[in-house]
Design a protein around this ligand. Structure first.
Ligand SMILES: C[S@@+](CC[C@H](N)C(=O)[O-])C[C@H]1O[C@@H](n2cnc3c(N)ncnc32)[C@H](O)[C@@H]1O
Length: 282
């Protein structure tokens, strides 16, 4: 199974549980990123939401930008199916969701100018995050804004997340994967840094055991569970609870720092697109 197939399968299988258990815990980061995104003027055009997961961000963006088209993209069909239900249920006429690899966005946008990119917690999963961010910045139309929040290598100095990572076999990626963020993207003509900041919020879990169980069914450890099987995961759970200083805490509360990058492309939206529209309107 390739890495892409593994991700597709694990996130598809996790989708419903992710929506139930992870989405509510991620709300403060979702909203803080939305705040930063919404504080800039997004020219008319298409807003793309790479790695949209089950689509909780789509109605919020539709509320913020009712005159924009919004396109959610996720690798996992299971996530996209839930995102489509959200769109249908809320009757979001200008919003669509599609299954696809969000590493490059230009193919996905048709000929519409991408004037906004909003993404939470997908960048760290996509192979080559620095190059991916650069390619997203390259696909922005002049005047467009990108707001991306992702989990850095160290999201907490100590705590259950850090403990679990330290017990997990290293991910198949270079140790210096963050080095070119956002530097690579800033090499794109006209791209300026608006913000690069840590977003600190707390998460609460019923117990350390529940933390492990949720992350290995509804979160990023599900891929490992598929690869290594139940005996491996049982052993990992045992080691985690034995070495987790917070194992007896009920509920378990910890603070995580995600990294938010906001970029803007200088200039005004070009206007073959707008000129074409005005010709049709006149
Ligand atoms: C942690 S979830 C984030 C979902 C949502 N944005 C949120 O903030 O809750 C990560 C998502 O990235 C998706 N993903 C991973 N690799 C991807 C890729 N190459 N292209 C598009 N989506 C991808 C996964 O399928 C998963 O839904």
């Amino acid at each position: 199974m390739s890495r892409a197939q593994l991700l597709q399968r694990s996130w598809s299988e996790a989708a419903a549980a992710y929506q139930e258990h992870m989405v509510p815990r991620f709300v403060p980061w979702t909203l803080a990123t939305l705040d930063a995104f919404g504080s800039t003027r997004i020219p008319e055009g298409l807003v793309v939401v790479p790695a949209c997961g089950p689509g909780q961000e789509l109605p919020l963006l539709a509320d913020l930008l009712p005159n924009h088209d919004i396109l959610g993209v996720d690798l996992a069909e299971g996530m996209v199916a839930i995102a489509r239900r959200v769109i249908q249920h809320q009757n979001l006429r200008r919003v669509t969701a599609m299954a696809g690899d969000a590493k490059s966005l230009t193919q996905l946008s048709g000929s519409r100018p991408i004037t906004g990119i909003y993404s939470c917690f997908g960048l760290q999963i996509i192979p080559g995050p620095a190059e991916t961010l650069r390619s997203w910045a390259a696909s922005l139309a002049p005047g467009g804004t990108l707001a991306v929040t992702y989990w850095p290598e160290i999201a907490e100095q100590e705590g259950p997340w850090r403990t679990l990572i330290s017990l997990t076999p290293p991910a198949d990626r270079p140790a210096d994967w963050e080095v070119g963020i956002p530097g690579e993207a800033l090499k794109e003509p006209g791209v300026e840094l608006v913000a690069d900041k840590g977003l600190d919020f707390s998460m609460e879990w019923p117990s350390a055991g529940a933390f492990f169980d949720i992350l290995s069914t509804a979160g990023p450890w599900r891929a490992l569970a598929i690869l290594r099987g139940p005996a491996f995961m049982e052993e990992l759970r045992r080691k985690f609870l034995a070495t987790c200083p917070e194992a007896d805490a009920e509920p378990l509360v910890h603070t995580l720092t995600a990294r938010m990058i906001v970029l803007r492309k200088a200039g005004q939206i070009l206007s073959a697109w707008l000129i074409r529209d005005s010709i049709f309107e006149s």
